[in-house]
Design a protein around this ligand. Structure first.
Ligand SMILES: Cc1cc2nc3c(=O)[nH]c(=O)nc-3n(C[C@H](O)[C@H](O)[C@H](O)COP(=O)(O)O)c2cc1C
Length: 277
């Protein structure tokens, strides 16, 4: 099930400009007298009518306080307050008004959120994270991540990939030393996961690689952070994690809550990596 909320407006053009150009939402569907805007999971519709509806609060939330502050810089003239922490709801927020006087709230939830991210946002916003908070993800959350990993495609549907998860600090510290700077990000994570595959499939590397990609993306949509650490098909790694020597380990990843936010590293434009023949 999906949905959206509509408001009546007498000033469709002005309201459209505000949500598109100033707030930064995108136009999801233009039905002429009704327009629907989108930002992340939020779908917001406005329909041109004889009277406006302005009751309620439209809340738009971000991943970081910096993004809330940037919105405050834009909307300071209609803001009711400077961004501040509200302990009642464990949020950082401020209120302002749209052109028709609707209350718009910009905020960051400080507590962990259940899944809300859309598929394309999940693909776009995943980053390699190398520092982690001390908070330990609970087993139920890990199960939700691995439940998604059940759907990783495999050659001939053999499903011979598997994940070895450890929270053993001594082992994690040893794994972090295997390849100097490359493996160092493992050291501070509450969990390390090895993504493995048995030789009972002809496509051992490909099946393992896809299973690792699924893990990174599944973790991200559940609010957890990872980093693909490669070149881990090594005897010392297998001995530490009790992995049979004939199995293939495509990567290790730290798994935990991010203690850093990362800007998007440079990405190529699509013209640079698509060739129509
Ligand atoms: C095959 C592969 C190997 C990687 N190996 C390492 C590694 O050994 N250590 C590390 O810190 N990051 C490693 N990374 C993470 C990359 O540095 C990272 O994906 C890249 O800089 C792009 O950043 P992003 O993941 O935040 O988009 C690896 C990523 C991939 C896909």
């Amino acid at each position: 099930m999906s949905g959206l909320i509509f408001f009546r407006t007498t000033r469709l053009e002005e309201v459209s400009r505000f949500y598109l150009e100033e707030v930064g939402m995108s136009l999801w569907l233009d039905q002429g007298s009704c327009r629907i805007f989108k930002a992340g999971n939020l779908l917001l519709g406005f329909c041109k009518r004889e009277e406006s509806e302005t009751e309620g609060i439209i809340t738009i939330f971000f991943d970081t306080r910096e993004e809330v502050d940037a919105m405050y810089d834009k909307f300071a003239d209609t803001a009711e307050n400077k961004p501040r922490y509200n302990p009642d709801y464990d949020i950082y927020h401020f209120f302002c008004r749209d052109p028709e006087g609707r209350v718009v709230e910009f905020q960051k939830f400080e507590s962990r959120l259940n899944e809300y991210i859309t598929a394309s946002d999940n693909l776009i916003s995943r980053r390699s994270i190398r520092t982690f908070t001390e908070q330990i993800p609970d087993i139920e959350l890990l199960k939700r991540v691995f439940e998604i990993c059940r759907y990783s495609p495999t050659s001939m549907n053999r499903q011979k990939y598997y994940y070895v998860v450890t929270d053993n600090h001594t082992k994690i510290k040893q794994l972090a030393k295997v390849r100097g700077n490359s493996t160092a990000p493992l050291a501070g994570a509450p969990y390390v996961v090895a993504v493995c595959c048995t030789p009972e499939t002809k496509r051992i590397q490909q099946d393992a690689d896809i299973a690792a990609t699924y893990l990174l993306l599944a973790a991200h949509c559940q609010g957890l952070a990872t980093c693909w650490i490669t070149d881990m098909d090594r005897v010392e790694v297998k001995e530490l994690l009790d992995i049979p020597l004939e199995d293939y380990v495509t990567c290790l990843t730290p798994l935990g809550f991010a203690a850093e936010s990362k800007d998007l590293p440079v990405r190529r434009k699509i013209e640079e990596f698509i060739k129509f023949v």
